[in-house]
Write a new protein. Structure first.
Length: 538
């Protein structure tokens, strides 16, 4: 009876550039004979005697399994660029040895996942290990509104990041980090609350395709875009001339309504015919001077551009569009239901009302639509499909480079295939001090060498001579920088050259804590603390 090689145990996960020694076990019947060969991408073979790779063909040849297992190790060297190791386990059929029955596993694209498959239908069982360059994981800070739209008081904020280098597939234990953010000129920070790990964000970009109508969806229920007046009567034509430049009033795809256009008809803009004229989807009869209303379609569901992918998205991600017109929209499922009540007549004559719910349409948050993913070295690198949002979004999203923010460790795991843990998180403001440039005698005007770091009616002033019998006075003047005068909320008497300290606000906020990266299996990446969650800039 043939002897069976039952299992090949070897860590096949991604390997760091520094290399590693990995133990292996070949489990099988006593007396089973096998050979093991390891070859790198340069065509060099592993020599099990010298534990090195060389051009000469070498293998672990015709070894015997005793006591149900053969144990050994393979030393993979440090490399300067990514490498691949093909591992071949042969059941020596001339010595009456076979592999266990083949059990195949396939990736989503239909290709065979050789590392997850077990056994073999021939005398060869193959596995593969990928070795990668080291990963640089960077911690930073971001303001979504400032970064994506250049709006808000965090614009021009300067961030000093912290970075960590880790081997692919490896882990970094608890390590201290520090990130500093400096407010823009004439802006200062306040702390709203202390940060948490759920303020840590990963974001990924997707180019949106077009809106997709869900059965039963009313895409015209949203707010109108604009109105304009017809300049010259239209009779049996699809071209309408307006009083003002149409590009500022409407876009292709908008519905056109107004006196003369039947409310039962959906007439849409199909082109901008000229500076003052639009072409609509059908001939219309509209009088001169009639006011037309332009309403864009709004969709829950969207396709993505063929150049993009949904594989790093997940439900709950917040969408930030490049125009800044979308707010409070997240990826989420859509469900349309109908509720009705039925009566149940019991034997005792009583009547019981039962509420029933029927699902008319149910759409998942992310739908691959049967498109096969692109798999590269065992990882999904591209997946086409549709995205659904928790509310309708204006048609202007089409063709935009849209960014999706996701928060917390589960999101980071989805986007970057890495587990992150944070402890001892804290944000603190760097204390701002200045000196008086002249004496102050019972006055609210305080001349100082530097005025930065203050917020009107928030920043407090303390120091020798400051009257704090009730409370420290606040700075009541504008948040200018450089030498000048503060206006205090209460009169003070101060000597020249004394040091004053600002409380409650500051120019520099420092985020500190300890971080762990567990099983980092992605290319270099950056994760961000969303400062809008826990800081105020003003």
């Amino acid at each position: 009876m043939a002897k069976i090689i039952k299992n090949f145990k070897l860590d096949l996960s991604s390997m760091a550039a520094a290399g590693a020694t990995r133990q292996f076990s070949i489990v099988g019947d006593d007396g089973a004979i096998f050979s093991l060969e390891v070859k790198n991408e340069d065509g060099y073979y592993y020599n099990f005697s010298t534990n090195t790779f060389a051009a000469a063909h070498k293998r672990l040849k015709n070894k015997r399994i005793d006591n149900s297992v053969y144990n050994g190790s393979i030393t993979f060297p440090a490399v300067g660029d990514p490498d691949q190791y093909d591992i071949y386990l042969y059941a020596e059929s001339t010595h009456d040895t076979v592999h266990a029955e083949y059990s195949e596993v396939r990736f989503g694209d239909g290709s065979i996942d050789i590392n997850s498959s077990t056994g073999s239908s021939s005398n060869l069982l193959k596995k593969v290990i990928y070795q990668y360059d080291d990963v640089v994981a960077t911690l930073s800070a971001v303001s979504p509104s400032a970064t994506q739209h250049a709006t808000g008081n965090f614009v021009s904020m300067v961030v000093a990041t912290d970075g960590f280098t880790v081997g692919r597939g490896n882990t970094i234990g608890k390590t201290a980090f520090s990130i500093t953010t400096t407010a823009a000129t004439d802006k200062s920070f306040q702390i709203k609350r202390q940060p948490t790990i759920d303020d840590l964000a990963a974001y990924t970009g997707v180019t949106i395709g077009s809106g997709v109508i869900i059965p039963g969806e009313n895409i015209w229920a949203g707010a109108a875009r604009n109105t304009d007046t017809v300049n010259g009567a239209v009779s049996g034509s699809s071209v309408i001339t307006m009083d003002t430049a149409v590009a500022s009033k409407t876009k292709v795809g908008d519905r056109v309504t107004g006196t003369g256009i039947s409310s039962a008809s959906v007439v849409t803009v199909i082109s901008i015919a000229s500076t003052y004229a639009i072409q609509v989807s059908e001939a219309v009869e509209v009088d001169d001077g009639v006011t037309l209303t332009f309403t864009p379609p709004y969709y829950y569901r969207w396709s993505i551009n063929s150049s993009s992918s949904i594989h790093t998205l997940l439900p709950g991600m917040t969408v930030v569009d490049e125009d800044g017109t979308i707010t409070s929209s997240t990826i989420g499922p859509y469900k349309d239901t109908t509720t009705y009540t039925t009566e149940i007549h019991n034997e005792d004559g009583s009547v019981e009302e039962v509420e029933n719910t029927v699902t008319n349409v149910s759409i998942p948050a992310l739908d691959p639509l049967g498109y096969k993913p692109t798999i590269t070295k065992g990882f999904i690198t591209k997946q086409l499909g549709y995205i659904t949002f928790d509310n309708q979004i204006i048609n202007d999203l089409t063709t935009q480079d849209t960014v999706f923010y996701a928060y917390g460790p589960s999101a980071i795991k989805q986007v970057y295939n890495t587990t992150i843990k944070l402890t001892d998180l804290k944000v603190a403001l760097t204390e701002v001090t200045t000196t008086t440039t002249a004496a102050v005698n019972n006055s609210t005007t305080i001349p100082v060498a530097e005025r930065k770091g203050t917020v009107v009616n928030v920043s407090t002033i303390s120091g020798i001579g400051i009257d704090s019998s009730v409370a420290n006075p606040t700075v009541a003047s504008a948040t200018d920088e450089g030498a000048g005068n503060w206006t205090a909320s209460a009169a003070q008497t101060l000597e020249e050259g004394i040091t004053l300290t600002i409380g409650g606000t500051g120019k520099v906020a420092t985020i500190t804590g300890n971080i762990e990266f567990i099983n980092v299996d992605a290319a270099s990446f950056t994760v961000y603390f969303d400062v809008e969650k826990f800081l105020t800039a003003s």
